[in-house]
Design a protein around this ligand. Structure first.
Ligand SMILES: [Zn+2]
Length: 360
């Protein structure tokens, strides 16, 4: 089925088929040989967009959804129905988050096909799956204690630790490595891998110049700013620097009239407008945070400045990771310093002589 084109304008972007998410669970053709699948998921994201690419006598799948019975059933009905019994020739995952790789192992096993991922995504996904059933390590507890978690919040973290594997089938033991600027022939067309960092270690986007579109995964989303977080495995990491550099690079590479196929929400054009909005929102947040830290603060005192609201327990870990990302960015640049308080929390303070400048 082909969707009706409406070109809805909203906040500088044009939503080709409207701003509402894909309305039903029917594949829609967004370009020759490129089909949009919407899979429902629990939680605030509510759904994920997956992409089915015609590939000669079979299919290439991009991203897979969580390991849910409902998602497996949706795939089953596609195999027998829309996909016409033709085989899946390969599974490509943009990155290792569970909504993207959840059913990759299941699909690859079923069709005896290869998984295509970048190296850092494959290895990081494998590492985190290996934590399933393990206790939270002391380094992780120390990281969240320093970030201001209360004893109760640390207990909650311990209880939830190792839950990643719950929503993912095991990854295959081997894979085909994707690298930046590598090209793939899919359905007789040329596709180029474009790697971005910051949301996940080595996120692959798939750019098809002939079709003027990019499968963007979570690297470019239209209305949510993708999460950029520091995790306990690399407590002094600086993913926001990598994120801003990647966004700037994408800005220089991707043409404005490109159709963006995001993993959440709806396809749109206006990629350069959107990348600039995302870059600007982080730069503004960094400037506000620097000003706030003229008085020393521990991490939870920065939430209202960054998020403009109270943080609920269910979002605490993500909000903390994102706040550490902004603080580490300023700390690495020497705009702020940090010290451990007597009760073992990091306290951050701006250096008035090292003002954060809101531009590169
Ligand atoms: Zn993601």
């Amino acid at each position: 089925m082909t969707l009706k084109r409406v070109d809805e304008q909203y906040r500088g972007l044009t939503y080709t088929w409207g701003r509402l998410d894909h309305p039903e669970e029917t594949p829609f053709q967004v370009a020759p040989g490129v089909w949009w699948l919407r899979f429902t998921m629990p939680g605030p994201l509510n759904h994920i967009n997956l992409w089915l690419l015609e590939d000669g006598d079979g299919w290439t799948i991009v991203d897979t959804c969580l390991n849910l019975e409902t998602a497996k059933a949706q795939w089953e009905s596609l195999f027998d129905g829309f996909m016409g019994g033709k085989p899946v020739k390969r599974v490509i995952c943009t990155h290792m988050h569970p909504d993207h790789i959840g059913l990759a192992g299941w699909l690859c096993e079923r069709f005896a096909c290869d998984l295509y991922m970048t190296q850092a995504e494959f290895l990081t996904g494998s590492l985190i799956m290996g934590y399933t059933g393990e206790q939270a390590p002391p380094a992780a507890i120390s990281f969240y204690h320093r970030a201001g978690f209360s004893a109760g919040q640390l207990d909650h973290y311990r209880d939830r630790f190792g839950g990643f594997g719950q929503f993912t089938t095991p990854l295959p033991h081997n894979y085909q490595r994707l690298t930046d600027r590598q090209t793939l022939a899919i359905g007789g067309r040329y596709w180029q891998i474009v790697v971005g960092e910051g949301h996940s270690p080595e996120h692959a986007c798939l750019y098809c110049p002939a079709l003027q579109l990019v499968i963007a995964g979570d690297q470019i989303l239209p209305r949510i700013t993708p999460n950029v977080s520091v995790f306990p495995t690399q407590p002094d990491g600086n993913p926001l620097e990598a994120w801003l550099a990647s966004s700037t690079r994408l800005l220089s590479m991707l043409p404005e009239d490109l159709l963006v196929l995001p993993a959440h929400q709806a396809p749109f054009t206006g990629v350069r407008v959107r990348l600039n909005q995302i870059i600007d929102s982080h730069r503004l947040a960094l400037a506000k945070l620097y000003d706030l830290l003229m008085e020393p603060k521990i991490l939870p005192d920065c939430f209202s400045c960054l998020f403009g609201r109270e943080i609920q327990d269910g979002e605490l870990q993500m909000a903390t990771g994102e706040t550490v990302a902004h603080l580490n960015y300023l700390w690495h640049r020497g705009n702020i310093s940090r010290r451990l308080t007597d009760d073992g929390r990091y306290e951050y303070q701006a250096d008035p002589d090292a003002r954060y400048i809101d531009a590169e």
